[in-house]
Ligand binder design. Structure first.
Ligand SMILES: Nc1ncnc2c1ncn2[C@@H]1O[C@H](COP(=O)(O)OP(=O)(O)O)[C@@H](O)[C@H]1O
Ligand SMILES: [Mg+2]
Length: 420
C-alpha cells in the first residue's frame, strides 16, 4: 500500500548509501486478487567477495495469519479480564509456585486489600495456620494430578480477622510443553454460610438434648421408686437389716449415675473424635435410654442385634442420629405401636434398620425429608433428619428412607465396616 512505502524508501536509501547493512519493516501489500496482507520485509545488502558483486536481498514473510491470531487472543483476553474485573468472586491468577500474578478488584470487598498491594506475594501468608496443611495438599494435587479442586479454609483479612472462603483451583497448561503455566483460583466469601450451618447444628443439638431430658427424667424416676421403698422399710425398723436391700439400692443408684453421665456426655459441647466403635453397643444404649418413656406411653421398642464388625466414628454424633431417628419412629406410632430396631451386617456395610408401623409419609412429601425446618409436628424442629444425613455422610455412610402412608416407615442407616 502506497502509504507504507515512505519509511521503506527512507531505509532503502540508507542501505544504498551504506549507512546500514540491513533493515526490517512491516508493510501492507495488495495481492493480485485485491486482498490486503501484512508482511514483514527484510532487506539486506550483500557483497560477494569472490566476484566483487553487490546486491540487495529482499525477504517477505506473510504475517496476516499470525496477526489475526494475536488479535483474537488479545480480544479474548480482554473479554476474560472484563469478566474478572466485574465479578463479585475473587479471581486470581497464580504462578506455578503460587505467587499472585493477577488479582481481581473484588478482593477489596472480601479481604480489604487493594489488588496491587498483594501482587508478588503468596496465599500462604494469609491462610489460617490450622488450614494451611490441607490447602497445601490440595495445591500440590492440582499441580501434580491436574484435576480442579474445591476447598474451604480461613483467610486473614487486612484488619486481621479471618473469613471463611470457598475456593476452586485449576491449573492452566502451556499448550506446547504441557507444563503448568499458571493457576486460576476463584474464591467466594462463605462466612455467612458457615455460621448458619454451625447455628443449625447447635440448635438441633439443643432440641435433641431437650427430647432426651424427658427420657432421662423417666429413667431416673424408675430406680428412685425401689430406692425410696427400701429406705422407708429400713428406717421403719420393722425388719432386720437385710444386705440384699443395700445391694439393690446400690445397683439402682449405679444405674442413675450411668444415665446421668451418659446424658451429660451428650449435652456437653464436644469436639468430634473418630475412633473404632461397636455400633451395636451405641444403639443398645440409645434404645435403653428412650425405652422407659416409650413404655410409659404404651409404645414398644424391640432390639435385635447380630455379631457385626466395628466401625470408625464419633460416638456422640452417632448417638444423636439414633436418638433422632428412633424418636421420629416413636412420634409416628400411636399407643400400642411398635418400633423394631435391627442391626445386621452385609458385605460392604453394617446396617441399622429402624422400622415402625406408624403414620408413614405421603409419597409426594418423601423428598422433603431432610430439608431443614421441614416438620409436621407441633413442637418439631425439622432439623433432626438434616443433621442425621450430615453426620452419616461424614461417616461415609448413607441413610435410606422407605415409607408408605398409613402403613409405616423403614429408615436404614448404612455405615462402612472397619476391619483391623
Ligand atoms: N418414622 C417416621 N414416620 C413418619 N414420618 C416421619 C418419620 N420420620 C420423620 N418423619 C417426618 O419427617 C419430618 C422431619 O423429621 P425431623 O427432621 O426429625 O424433624 P422433627 O422430628 O423435628 O419434625 C417429621 O416432622 C415427620 O413429618
Ligand atoms: Mg426428629
Amino acid at each position: 500500500m502506497p502509504e507504507d512505502n515512505e519509511n521503506d524508501d527512507l531505509l532503502f536509501n540508507e542501505l544504498m548509501e551504506g549507512k546500514r547493512k540491513d533493515y526490517e519493516v512491516v508493510k501492507r501489500y495488495i495481492t493480485r486478487d485485491g486482498q490486503v496482507k501484512t508482511a514483514i520485509l527484510n532487506m539486506s545488502y550483500i557483497h560477494d567477495s569472490l566476484t566483487g558483486d553487490n546486491f540487495y536481498l529482499g525477504q517477505l514473510i506473510d504475517l496476516t495469519e499470525k496477526l489475526l491470531i494475536e488479535q483474537t487472543l488479545r480480544k479474548r483476553e480482554e473479554k476474560y479480564r472484563l469478566l474478572a474485573e466485574h465479578s463479585s468472586d475473587m479471581i486470581i491468577l497464580h504462578k506455578p509456585d503460587s505467587t499472585y500474578l493477577y488479582i481481581s478488584p473484588s478482593i477489596k470487598g472480601i479481604l480489604g486489600y487493594e489488588a496491587e498491594e498483594l501482587l508478588g506475594r503468596k496465599p500462604h501468608d494469609f491462610i489460617h495456620p490450622d488450614d494451611l496443611n490441607v490447602v497445601r495438599r490440595n495445591y500440590q494435587k492440582v499441580i501434580s494430578e491436574l484435576i480442579p479442586i474445591r476447598g474451604t479454609y480461613r483467610c486473614k483479612k487486612k484488619d486481621g480477622d479471618y473469613v471463611w472462603l470457598e475456593t476452586g483451583l485449576k491449573a492452566v497448561l502451556d499448550e506446547e510443553s504441557g507444563q503448568v503455566r499458571e493457576l486460576i483460583s476463584i474464591s467466594r466469601d462463605v462466612q455467612q454460610r458457615m455460621e448458619t450451618d454451625e447455628l443449625l447444628r447447635k440448635s438441633e443439638k439443643l432440641a435433641v438434648i431437650g427430647q432426651m431430658a424427658a427420657a432421662v427424667a423417666h429413667e431416673i424416676r424408675n430406680p428412685l421408686t425401689p430406692i425410696k421403698g427400701f429406705m422407708q422399710l429400713l428406717s421403719s425398723g420393722l425388719q432386720n437389716y437385710n444386705p440384699a436391700y443395700t445391694a439393690i439400692i446400690l445397683n439402682e443408684l449405679n444405674r442413675i449415675e450411668t444415665i446421668i453421665t451418659e446424658f451429660l456426655s451428650m449435652a456437653k459441647p464436644h469436639s468430634e473424635k473418630m475412633q473404632v466403635l461397636k455400633i451395636d453397643d451405641i444403639v443398645k444404649q440409645v434404645v435403653q435410654l428412650v425405652r422407659a418413656e416409650a413404655l410409659f406411653n404404651n409404645k414398644e421398642i424391640t432390639l435385635e442385634t447380630a455379631e457385626v464388625p466395628g466401625i470408625i466414628g464419633d460416638e456422640n454424633s452417632l448417638k444423636q442420629v439414633f436418638v433422632n431417628i428412633i424418636q421420629n419412629a416413636l412420634d409416628a406410632i400411636d399407643e400400642n405401636g411398635i418400633v423394631h430396631v435391627t442391626i445386621f451386617s452385609e458385605k460392604d456395610f453394617i446396617c441399622v434398620e429402624i422400622r415402625d408401623n406408624g403414620c408413614g409419609v405421603p409419597k409426594e412429601l418423601l423428598p422433603k425429608l431432610g430439608e431443614p425446618f421441614y416438620s409436621t409436628k407441633e413442637k418439631g424442629t425439622g432439623l433432626g433428619l438434616m443433621t442425621s444425613y450430615q453426620i452419616i455422610e461424614n461417616h461415609k455412610g448413607q441413610i435410606n428412607i422407605e415409607s408408605t402412608e398409613g402403613i409405616g416407615t423403614k429408615v436404614s442407616i448404612m455405615l462402612p465396616p472397619h476391619f483391623g
